[in-house]
Write a protein that binds this ligand. Structure first.
Ligand code: CA
Length: 154
């Protein structure tokens, strides 16, 4: 079992790097879901990584964010992550990756999300309004497998 949890601040963005091995399930989400609501002016990004050749499968357990038009106040978005420079596999980025889920908000629990690559970027952002508070979200991910349909030559 190999778990990396390296909180780091890069360009003002707090990030967590989570590595799941073959049969591992790793939880992530806003701080202390179920005990505390998420703070205002809070942002965090998670990099979800599974072994090469596998896909990241995300399942939501709790989801309650402030509802706003176009989810512009508080939101969660999910994209494929990528190496910023292919020759430097230490720097992973996500902000311009292919969209897996556009900014989501409100209290409708998102359905399962599966990537095509083995790295995913998840970003949570809350605005500065402190008068309304919500639970936040809790999710988990595993190394999924793309289901290949079997083609037979007739
Ligand atoms: Ca808010």
């Amino acid at each position: 079992m190999e778990i990396f949890f390296l909180p780091s601040i890069v360009d003002g963005w707090a990030s967590s790097y989570l590595n799941a091995s073959e049969d591992e399930t790793i939880e992530f989400g806003t701080p202390k879901v179920g005990i505390k609501n998420y703070p205002a002016s809070f942002s965090w990004q998670w990099y979800l990584i599974v072994p090469e050749g596998r896909q990241v499968k995300i399942t939501f357990d709790v989801f309650e964010l402030e509802q706003s038009e176009n989810c512009e106040n508080d939101y969660l978005e999910v994209r494929e992550a990528y190496f910023n420079d292919p020759s430097d596999p230490l720097v992973i980025r996500g902000e311009y990756g292919a969209i897996l889920a556009k900014p989501m908000c409100g209290s409708t629990k998102p359905s399962t999300i599966q990537s095509s690559g083995n790295m995913v970027w998840v970003q949570f952002v809350s605005d500065s309004n402190t008068t309304t508070t919500y639970k936040g979200f809790k999710a988990s991910f595993t190394a999924g497998k793309i289901k290949r349909s079997v083609l037979r030559c007739m």
